[in-house]
Design a protein. Structure first.
Length: 132
């Protein structure tokens, strides 16, 4: 089994820790965290997009600079890189559309962060299902 690299981008320490905890049970995952926003990463988001298998990031799609960073990541990611947008449950349909237009995404609402987060990632076929 190939090790998958996961990058968690979130300025929210509790959220990032929760995601990491939910994924840590999988020995085939190598997890790294960036405690910042996509915008705060400046150009590094593009660099990371080609280096990681899965990038989980917190976003407010109404934030145009976030959307710009997402578009850049979507354009520069590796062929198998999956982008996962962690969106607030309050996200509007218009914002979901903006995210979808910016790149191919799986959108996971906040409420499932934790154990269900890993299940959601598997359902979204981002992580291999350990049970086969």
């Amino acid at each position: 089994v190939m090790t998958k690299t996961v990058l968690i981008v979130s300025p929210n320490e509790a959220v990032a820790a929760e995601i990491e905890r939910s994924l840590r049970g999988d020995p085939d995952l190598q997890i790294q965290r960036e405690s910042t926003t996509l915008t705060g990463m400046n150009g590094r988001a593009v660099d990371f997009a080609s280096r990681y298998d899965v990038i989980v990031f917190e976003t407010r799609p109404g934030d145009t600079s976030d959307l710009t960073a997402i578009r850049m990541m979507a354009a520069h990611r590796g062929p198998d890189t999956k982008l996962v947008a962690l969106a607030d449950a309050e996200i509007t349909l218009a914002e979901v559309r903006l995210l979808t237009e910016a790149g191919k995404f799986t959108r996971i609402p906040w409420s499932v962060v934790g154990k269900p987060f890993q299940i959601s990632l598997i359902e979204a076929q981002i992580l291999p299902n350990a049970t086969g």
